[in-house]
Design a protein around this ligand. Sequence first.
Ligand SMILES: [Zn+2]
Length: 382
Amino acid sequence: MVDICREKPKDAIQINAKKCRVVNLCMYITPTSTYFHNPHQKEEICKIVQEASTIWCDAEIVFNVNRIDELQHVRTDPPFEKLRAEDITCNADIGERLVNLFNTRPGCDDLTIAVYWIGGNAFQDGSTGCHHFSFSTPKEHLQHSIVLTDNANGKVFAHELGHALFVREKTPGDFFNDDPGPGTDPNDPIHNKNSDNLMNHIAGTQTTDDQRKVAKNSKLVVQEFCDVSFIPLFPKRFEVEILSMGVHEVDDGLDPDDDLELRWNFNINGTVLTWEHHQIEDGPVPYHIGVRTVVSVDKETDVITIGMSGVEFDEDENDALPTFSATFDKTTNWGTNIPTPPVVLSTSILENDEIKCEIFFKITSVASAEKAIPGFCQTALV
Ligand SMILES: [Zn+2]
């Protein structure tokens, strides 16, 4: 299923999906909730989910929010528009008290946790989240519901998710959700005594190895393809390769049997590549050069500039070789679309008193680096 909290990056030109361990969530907002008809509901709820996800990422699972729906005013007992946390106690009776609410989970299967946002700061006992599980009919799966008040934060949500993820079978058909410990409170075995632990009454942020192991093995954890990384539009990467030099004439000004010792400097966006060769003569076979570098184009207005200069060196003196420069921009896809790829580019004839030559080069697009999708828990990859 999609995750509506992790939006595809706007500059993505390719999204890469991989198999990962997912716990699916459906979010339902009741009319009393501060998020009802709230233009920022998605952003605020997703922020809370992200906080909870960060805590549970240690267990190598990721939460996918499949939907955020508003529940309308319906005539149930109690009516959804009258649900206030202050009127409710988070205990075993909540399943009966809110049976109509918990049976309202459109588009949410039994392996998905239904999360209900209701109005009010806290339940009667002062807590801001409550987890409940019950059998579906027929008794194939458990159904999980979490109720959150206006004051529930990411830690509280992660704590309630913990109660759901810890549900397991003691004996066939007999389910329990005690804290896996260590540190389980003997007087309240679904909670942990350590104040920094997520499953403490006042939810901390730490989880234990045993807690993570039980959570990862929960039936609620399913394997699905998730969007994990993307290729952004920028930076783009291009390889510039100076291929070869064809020589038409040389003149070293010394001997009748002319040949040249020369050094070319190729400046590609500031990276200087050097190629030196001795006894250059004219002839039909071009000299292989084969120097290359990869340049990064970070934005649309960036260019690739190729500059060439060099010297002829002999016992006598150094003479400059002819120079060349060219700039490639977006209009030619930075030199890769002239006229259509793949193409060998040329300086055309370069000529001065020392040499008459032509240098061939090529610009090719290379794979851009993948970036992680923000907010995705990379350890959840299978
Ligand atoms: Zn609890």
